[in-house]
Design a protein around this ligand. Structure first.
Ligand code: MG
Length: 259
């Protein structure tokens, strides 16, 4: 019943390290598109990614959460910092919801502000924006190897499809499929793709996403790999269930043995 082989990739933290871009775009979203009167941006925040932001990034699922976190860090009063970070991540989802309510924000509007911030930078200086993303060269080589073996590739990302496509083009890689946040959850997307393709692997750096794939009857047979080089929480590497394999950047080829 199976046809063409397909390998699924997450994008951020798997194919590229975009930490500089997440911070710059979130900061600009707060400054220019959210018009928040409560923030104060000094040169040091503008020029260097906040450590607190870096440390919280593994908890992020959708782009809008990065805008919310950046806003907390940039706040004039009671900003989120190294000391208050721990409480923030302890109840991450509840805290994000509470901050939305306190500011009378909608997640969709924060996402729009992030998308607008990216569009603005692309229009202004595309090269500068795209160069904020650093590709993982070993993954570039692995994509090339898949191509040689006639295995198709799909990028499924919680980024907007348009932005992922622009970076992919710059990196000179040619996935057959790119699917962005507009198309629903990754489990739903994987289900749809599995009706058409034989999915031989899913490489992702968000453990919960892989657990969801393994818990769904239609997708549980997809071989799942957690990217050790991505934005992982320390706890992600321990207590990993046997059906999700931790993959090292220097040993990517091993995942083809499971197909
Ligand atoms: Mg990721």
């Amino acid at each position: 019943m199976y046809g063409q082989k397909l390998f699924l990739f997450d994008f951020d933290g798997v194919i590229v390290d975009g930490m500089n871009e997440y911070w710059q775009s979130s900061l600009l979203a707060c400054e220019k598109f959210l018009n928040s009167p409560n923030i104060l941006i000094n040169d040091s925040l503008r020029n260097k990614v906040s450590n607190t932001f870096k440390e919280i990034r593994p908890w992020v699922k959708y782009g809008w959460e990065m805008v919310l976190i950046a806003h907390e860090i940039l706040k004039r009063e009671n900003p989120l910092n190294a000391h208050t970070k721990h409480n923030f991540i302890k109840e991450y989802n509840q805290n994000c919801q509470k901050i939305l309510q306190d500011n009378l924000w909608l997640a969709e509007d924060l996402q729009k502000s992030l998308d607008n911030s990216r569009k603005y930078q692309i229009d202004k200086d595309f090269e500068k924006w795209v160069n904020l993303h650093i590709p993982f060269l070993e993954v570039m080589d692995f994509l090339e190897k898949l191509k040689q073996e006639k295995i198709k590739t799909a990028i499924i990302t919680t980024k907007g499809k348009l932005f992922a496509a622009k970076i992919v083009e710059k990196l000179n890689i040619f996935p057959e499929i790119i699917i962005g946040y507009e198309s629903g959850t990754k489990t739903k997307i994987a289900k749809e793709l599995s009706e058409k393709y034989e999915i031989i692997g899913f490489l992702e750096d968000r453990k919960k996403t892989l657990i969801d794939i393994k818990q769904d009857n239609q997708t549980k047979n997809i071989p799942c790999f957690l990217a050790d080089w991505g934005y992982l929480k320390d706890s992600d590497r321990i207590n990993l269930s046997h059906d999700i394999k931790l993959l090292k950047l220097n040993n990517l080829k091993i995942c083809l043995q499971f197909s």
